[in-house]
Design a protein around this ligand. Structure first.
Ligand SMILES: [Zn+2]
Ligand SMILES: [Zn+2]
Length: 369
């Protein structure tokens, strides 16, 4: 595969500052983060590609080589990018710490310590009225938590020894031409220790699958796209670090009666042209399967809106409710009896209006029945 230009990958100019490079990389890494794109091979490749671009451009020496000689210059130095996602994490763990709950252990020569669990996303679909009035929902999902037997240590008690390759530092210095680059130790993968007796219940993984049920209180007035955070109900943390958070993304089903406009509702009611002219009383549906009677005054026009105060959606983080707007659609009859037609023609004559075949004008002669 043809290697893409590093500046193009990060969508920055050739003169980009260190800050620009970092900002752009963080954005890209967040977008293509494996936790956000589970099982998506393309996102994973992008994630690695961005990391590679970042590694080169954030390092002044490497950037100089790249600017002068391009990709060829770097491969001449033995630089080959990242083989897998964990390699990316162990190289720049710190850049992820603000956004996905990743933390790099302080000190210890970069050895991976307790790491906060990743955040999880759950999509919850609500009925229109559940979103309006609030509801409590029990949601069920799977997550990974630290094995309760080994506490995530992957080994039985005393079943680990210090890694001989890195001497327990978790990192090794790799010489690449005139650069010396610290990378995750290939033997212990940055852990600093090797498991000699794996924990049996988790088969040495340190993590087990957990079927989780959580009750989520949805406040009244939420709308499509609202995101609720349930603290520490995401993936389990490692090494005693806290769990990630669970984010519940809300989707709201449409209502057959209402369109929502913030905390106001719009209901479209059809009335006949005669009702529009003379006025009428209609039954309007309201939230909660009720109806209210609404007086429609005489002489309303198509599209006229009447307000029923306080019958809208409860205000999210506020007091009171929005209003219900009733938009009138005036319908003109398409089929009429002979008698109805005659009455309308009389109406037209009295008003002096020229109509269809009933008048004395030019058109009425042509279109006579
Ligand atoms: Zn275990
Ligand atoms: Zn090691």
């Amino acid at each position: 595969m043809e290697k893409r230009d590093y500046y193009e990958i990060l969508d920055i100019s050739r003169g980009a500052s260190e800050g620009d490079i970092k900002r752009s990389y963080r954005q890209m890494a967040m977008k293509y983060h494996p936790d956000r794109n589970p099982g998506n091979k393309e996102a994973e490749d992008k994630f690695k590609e961005c990391a590679e671009a970042y590694e080169v451009l954030s390092d002044n020496d490497k950037r100089k080589v790249y600017d002068t000689y391009g990709h060829a210059g770097l491969s001449g130095q033995g630089f080959s990018g990242f083989s897998d996602v964990n390699d990316v994490f162990s190289s720049f763990g710190s850049i992820f710490e603000d956004f996905f709950g990743f933390q790099q252990g302080g000190g210890g020569g970069g050895k991976r310590r307790g790491r906060k669990g990743a955040d999880l996303r759950f999509d919850l679909v609500l009925e229109f009225e559940e979103a309006a009035f609030g509801v409590e929902k029990e949601i069920e999902y799977e997550r990974d938590i630290a094995c309760t037997v080994c506490k995530g240590e992957r080994a039985e008690a005393g079943g680990k020894k210090t890694c001989g390759t890195c001497g327990g530092r978790g990192q090794v210095a790799r010489s690449q031409g005139f650069f010396s680059v610290a990378t995750a130790c290939p033997t212990c993968h940055g852990e600093g220790e090797i498991v000699t007796n794996p924990c049996k219940p988790c088969k040495g993984k340190g993590r087990v699958r957990d079927q989780k049920k959580v009750s989520v209180k949805i406040p009244p007035g939420v709308d499509q796209g609202v995101r609720l955070r349930v603290s520490e109900e995401g993936q389990g943390g490692a090494g005693g670090a806290p769990n990630g958070d669970l984010y519940v993304f809300l989707q709201v089903k449409d209502s057959p009666h209402f369109e929502r406009d913030g905390s106001d509702l719009v209901h479209t009611a059809s009335i006949s042209m005669v009702q529009a002219a003379l006025g009428t009383k209609i039954a309007v549906p309201t939230l909660g399967n009720n109806t209210v009677d609404l007086e429609v005054p005489a002489g309303v026009q198509f599209g006229h809106r009447l307000t029923i105060a306080g019958e809208g959606i409860p205000k999210l983080r506020g007091i009171g409710r929005g209003d219900l707007w009733v938009e009138l659609k005036v319908e003109v009859p398409t089929k009429m009896s002979k008698e109805q037609k005659e009455l309308l023609q009389q109406f037209a004559e009295i008003s002096g209006e020229k109509v269809g075949s009933g008048g004395n004008g030019f058109f009425s002669k042509i279109f006579k029945d």
